[in-house]
Design a protein around this ligand. Structure first.
Ligand SMILES: CC(=O)SCCNC(=O)CCNC(=O)[C@H](O)C(C)(C)COP(=O)(O)OP(=O)(O)OC[C@H]1O[C@@H](n2cnc3c(N)ncnc32)[C@H](O)[C@@H]1OP(=O)(O)O
Ligand SMILES: O=CC(=O)O
Ligand SMILES: [Mg+2]
Length: 567
């Protein structure tokens, strides 16, 4: 993967072989496109390069700390509250007041930064749309760059889409949801943009380009003087929040806007971060608009954190819901923490989506969503997530009926009894059974999700549920865990243990089933075989891969002139 060298040795910037006009030290290795070049203009790239240069050592150190924490957990330590930051948890302070533009967030829709979906989501009737560069997006070059173009058009108010097959034109309504953008997690590189000879940090590219092109219009049209607004994923420690806070301050300074203009909601979706909620809010106190229960990554993180703890194996994925004690405790602690600090405590995603061809099944799915949302609003959450426009009316009704006319419950619900929730509550072992069907379903879902991801789709409907990178991770790590510890399956009384031989047979049979379900033609044209190979390797690896998308990313990086790169 040699650099093709698009900046001159004399240091004078010139047009590179791929056509982009780049500042010194920046090398764009993705395909050239005139539209992309408007996003990747020299000023925008200078801003991204400045962020990368200012924060790269902080990011490297934070990732090193993650590895060190993992080493400790693998030696038997449990995550817990940090005695060194007790003063932050115990003292009284609040975050900056919530901007009026986002006081009411009772239902938020999420989705990838795809053009039609952005329009549909903004028009959906939800209060907020979280446009996703993360769990719901396969970060290939085309998706990323088109995503930036789409968001710019959305913020400008000019976005439209012509569905030629249905001869339907999509445009924004007069009333639209407020836009939040979720950049990738700290761990993901952007291998199409090199800065000083290294791949850029994915989230700084996502954040930097979006902020650079939109901050001014956003604050005028959407934020009532605040913004842009962000969601921040997959953090494990407040030191990572501190980097984001500094990134925001630097961006505000560059743009010449007031400190505290940018606002972000942090997803609490790793097990270590549940013990850092106060500390994370404290670091971001000038820029915070709350925390969110990213329940799917949280379950994934529970398995990952306890990968060397065979006494903490998960039951079947379908049984690890929000009513498990450790999940309920996490949501309760998040609500109390946020309300004490004066910000939103957002609920999470129910995975059900509408089932169009079966009315009865559809009603059952809707009822599960209603039940989940009712639990959230009664527990004190200020809003929730929906994966599909068809779910918005039901979610809206539940929250509105239970929150009354107030835009949120920040001041009215539970602020003071967080101390009753202990480390034991947060770590309590999940209950349930481990079955052959659980192993099979994980395998079917994991392979099909990866096959979709490799072909550019980061969120897909599978078996009437929304699947994205976070839900697929659960399938992967659960299989890995059961294989690693030779779990005895429940259900048939035969004492069947999960081992490589059994898993090999399951993979073979589930691939046959997938082929039947999707049809021979689609199966042949798709990336199912590659996905199967990758998923099988990941499930049987002696040590657990940190993220399934790190390995898979190597297959979607395409350098131009065309060459596949491996990081
Ligand atoms: C764990 C987490 O991180 S959750 C957050 C990340 N995950 C997500 O954001 C997933 C979001 N949801 C989705 O991507 C989609 O709903 C899927 C892939 C699950 C299903 O999508 P589809 O198969 O297209 O659903 P379906 O065919 O029922 O869509 C009907 C219409 O709703 C639109 N739609 C569906 N979901 C969304 C959405 N989330 N946002 C906007 N529009 C949507 C479709 O584009 C389609 O529009 P059209 O009628 O104008 O053509
Ligand atoms: O990002 C959300 C999650 O549940 O994971
Ligand atoms: Mg997530």
């Amino acid at each position: 993967m040699g650099s093709l060298g698009i900046y001159s040795e004399s240091g004078v910037t010139k047009k590179g072989s791929r056509g982009y006009d780049v500042p010194e030290g920046v090398d764009i290795r993705g395909r050239y496109d005139e539209e992309f070049a408007k996003i990747l203009n020299k000023e925008a790239l200078l801003f991204v390069a400045d962020l990368q240069r200012t924060f790269r050592n902080h990011i490297k150190y934070s990732m090193e700390c993650r590895r060190e924490a993992k080493r400790r957990y693998n030696e038997g330590a449990l995550p817990g509250f940090d005695p060194a930051t007790k003063y932050i948890r115990d003292s009284e302070w609040t975050c900056a007041p919530v901007p009026p533009a986002v006081a009411d967030r009772r239902v938020e829709i999420t989705g990838p930064v795809e053009r039609k979906m952005i329009i549909n989501a903004l028009n959906s009737g939800a209060k907020v749309f979280m446009a996703d560069f993360e769990d719901a997006l396969s970060p290939n070059w085309e998706n990323l760059m088109r995503g930036q173009i789409n968001l710019k058009d959305a913020v400008d108010g000019t976005i439209s889409f012509h569905d030629r097959v249905r001869n339907r034109v999509y445009k924004l309504n007069d009333q639209i949801a407020k836009l939040f953008v979720r950049p990738r997690g700290w761990h993901l590189p952007e291998a199409h943009i090199f800065i000083d000879g290294e791949p850029a940090t994915g989230c700084l590219v996502d954040f930097g380009l979006y902020f650079f092109h939109n901050h001014s219009n956003f604050r005028r049209s959407q934020g009532q003087g605040y913004g842009p607004f962000f969601y921040l994923p997959k953090m494990e420690h407040s030191r990572e929040a501190k980097i984001w806070n500094s990134v925001f301050e630097r961006a505000e300074k560059m743009a010449g806007i007031e400190k505290g203009s940018i606002r972000a909601t942090v997803l609490i979706e790793t097990l270590p971060a549940v013990f850092q909620m106060n500390e994370i809010l404290y670091e971001l106190r000038d820029h915070s608009v709350g925390l969110n229960c990213g329940r799917w990554d949280y379950i994934f993180s529970y398995v990952k954190t306890f990968q060397a703890h065979p006494d903490r194996l998960l039951p079947d994925r379908v049984q690890v819901g929000m009513t498990q004690h450790f999940m309920r405790s996490y949501s309760d602690l998040l609500i109390r923490t946020c309300h004490r600090r004066g910000v939103h405590a957002m609920g999470g995603m129910a995975a059900q989506i509408p089932i169009r061809d079966d009315q009865k099944a559809n009603e059952v799915a809707l009822e599960l969503v209603r039940k989940d949302k009712l639990r959230e609003v009664k527990a004190g959450h200020d809003g929730t997530w929906a994966a599909h426009p068809g779910l918005i009316p039901a979610c809206m009704e539940v929250f509105t009926n239970n929150m009354g006319n107030a835009p949120n419950q920040i001041r009215s619900v539970r602020q003071d009894d967080a101390a009753n929730l202990t480390e034991e509550d947060l770590l309590q072992r999940p209950r349930g059974v481990r079955t052959m069907e659980g192993l099979r379903l994980n395998t079917r879902v994991g392979i099909q999700y990866l096959a979709a991801w490799l072909t550019g789709a980061g969120s897909v409907p599978l078996y009437n549920l929304m699947e994205d990178a976070a839900t697929a991770e659960i399938s992967r790590v659960q299989n890995w865990q059961w294989l690693k510890y030779g779990v005895e399956l429940d259900g048939d009384g035969l004492g069947v243990r999960v081992n490589k031989e059994l898993f090999g047979r399951v993979v073979e049979e589930e691939m046959e089933r997938i082929e039947k379900e999707v049809g021979k033609e689609k199966f042949k044209k798709g990336m199912y075989k590659e996905a199967c190979k990758m998923f099988t390797r990941q499930c049987t690896a002696p040590s657990l891969d940190d993220f399934l998308t790190l390995d898979a990313y190597n297959y979607i990086v395409i350098h131009h002139p065309r060459e596949i790169s491996r990081l």
